[in-house]
Design a protein around this ligand. Structure first.
Ligand code: NAX
Ligand code: K
Length: 476
């Protein structure tokens, strides 16, 4: 599990630890980890050219001490000081003592151009709102140089708590972060600025519940449903799929294709696309009598390809089993009916659908994904899975949210969301909580998307067919 904590929590943990340690010990731990990561990246430290971009806070301090360590190992180190009068004094002394030099920003051009490695120590968790005008040109210089760029703690200019980027920010090849991941390092758009991320343990004691988690293989393996010896199809759960329309029968087929591979014991399809579903998946239980009279299920999926028929959506929302609400279903669902439910609801919008529900623009949602998913979850009193490059899942209680690490741009293909909704619905029927069902489905689906694509375009049905291979890979 990768865990991320917001700045306020990190600060508290840092204060508690600092009170028990000698002055500056924490910064030395950070600097040692940072210097080691830089040395790995450089391969050969001796004779390399390193430029430090140094702001006036402790982020600059970490950077100067790491620069001093590299200078001691024979690197030529030049620090560009954004505010020479407010530079971390101990860090600057250490760098000078180790043979490094300091220059003002107007002389940075040539140094950055010739550098092998640039360290971004402009601002860390103390930053807000994109880089200031005096710092922005340094980010641009770094981007234009052929040097590798290492961000110290986080790429300067991103919002650490949310992953928003409100202006110019540094683009790094590697981010060396201290104590814990910050949510912004795992959520787009900021995640893209961070490059790969390396965590340096500085001994922080953090609370049990992080703000954000990214599940890994072992976490997902532990959550995947596993049939017991005495399981029959009903004990494994029946998932109902109320999807598709005369106009969009394919959505029904794709949702069923995901549901059949999600661990439920049986899939019951309800709607006008029964013939198409049976032709492709004869194991499906098909009914055209509407959700209310279709027989017992342990969870419903409603909405994919539903067109404008609000009837099944209302019927499903009135049941007392978990409901996954997707696509047209999101538009057709009554807010009060969702809020009134006693069983869990999992809503799975993409950015455009989330924007429509929130009365904002797609760009706003994509730029502030964590805020959007939390707002929706609160508003609907439901668990919300916001699809996209870094799919997020958040519950209505404002607790730990999840971010999916397996996504791939190849999944942005027609029908891929229908497969995901079937898969997640199946996991709900098998007994997973809405948060687990959403995040496990996103994980498996992302991995299946990677397998299906394997470097070339793939259709949604290929993604569904790759689910068993992804499942096996996770479980083994
Ligand atoms: N507090 C601690 O115990 C530790 C802190 N560490 C480092 O300290 C950092 C936090 O240090 P600080 O609290 O001093 O804060 P920062 O160094 O992150 O930032 C504060 C400085 O950046 C400037 N600044 C703020 N927003 C800016 C913007 N948008 N553009 C340009 N400049 C901006 C401010 O004028 C201020 O001088 C962490 O990110 C980490 O790198 C590490 O040494 C580990 C221990
Ligand atoms: K930084």
């Amino acid at each position: 599990m990768r865990s991320a904590y917001r700045v306020e929590t990190v600060r508290t943990a840092e204060r508690e630890l600092m009170a028990r340690l000698p002055d500056g010990a924490l910064m030395q731990r950070a600097a040692a980890g940072l210097a080691a990561a830089c040395a790995d990246l450089l391969g050969r430290v001796y004779g390399s050219r390193v430029v430090l971009l140094v702001g006036s806070g402790d982020n600059g301090g970490d950077t100067l001490y790491a620069g001093a360590r590299l200078a001691k190992r024979g690197a030529g180190v030049t620090a560009v000081l954004l505010n020479p009068d407010r530079t971390h004094p101990g860090g600057l002394r250490a760098l000078r003592r180790a043979g490094g030099t300091a220059i003002p920003p107007h002389r940075a051009d040539r140094a950055v151009h010739r550098a092998d490695l640039v360290l971004d120590g402009i601002v860390g968790i103390g930053g807000k709102g994109g880089l200031r005008p005096d710092a922005a040109p340094l980010a641009e210089l770094a981007a234009a140089s052929r040097a590798a760029v290492v961000a110290v703690d986080l790429p300067s200019g991103i919002e650490p708590d949310t992953g928003e980027v409100r202006g110019t920010a540094v683009r790094a090849d590697l981010t060396v972060t201290f104590g814990t991941h910050k949510p912004g390092l795992l959520i787009d758009p900021a995640r893209e600025y961070a490059g790969s991320v390396r965590l340096v343990d500085i001994g922080l004691a953090l609370p049990a519940d992080p703000d954000l988690q990214a599940l890994q293989h072992a976490d997902v393996a532990a959550l995947l449903p596993r049939p017991a010896a005495e399981s029959d199809k009903y004990r494994r759960g029946v998932v109902g799929i109320a999807a598709g329309s005369a106009r969009y029968p394919g959505a029904a087929v794709l949702a069923v294709s995901g549901a059949l591979r999600g661990g439920a014991g049986a899939v019951r399809y309800v709607g006008p696309a029964g013939d198409a579903v049976i032709a492709r998946f004869p194991e499906t239980l098909v009914s055209d009598r509407g959700p209310k009279r279709a027989g017992r299920v342990q969870a419903w999926v409603v909405g994919p390809g539903a067109g404008d028929d609000a009837g099944p959506v209302a019927e499903v929302l009135a049941t007392d089993v978990p409901v996954l609400l997707d696509a047209d279903g999101l538009r057709l669902a009554d807010l009060d009916a969702v809020r009134a439910r006693s069983a869990p609801t999992l809503m799975t919008p993409h950015a455009g659908e989330a924007a429509a529900l929130l009365g904002t623009s797609r760009g706003e949602v994509e730029g502030a994904r964590l805020t959007a998913v939390r707002d929706l979850a609160r508003r609907y009193d439901a668990t919300v899975l916001l699809k996209g490059s870094t799919t997020l899942v958040a519950g209505p209680d404002g607790g730990t949210a999840r971010v999916n690490p397996t996504g791939t741009p190849w999944l942005a293909t027609a029908g891929s969301g229908d497969v995901l909704s079937g898969l997640a619905g199946s996991l709900l029927a098998a007994g997973l909580t809405a948060l687990d069902a959403g995040s496990v489905a996103a994980y498996v689906h992302g991995l299946a998307g990677r397998y299906a694509a394997d470097g070339a375009p793939a259709g949604a049905h290929d993604v569904a067919e790759a689910i068993p291979a992804a499942w096996r890979d996770i479980r083994d």
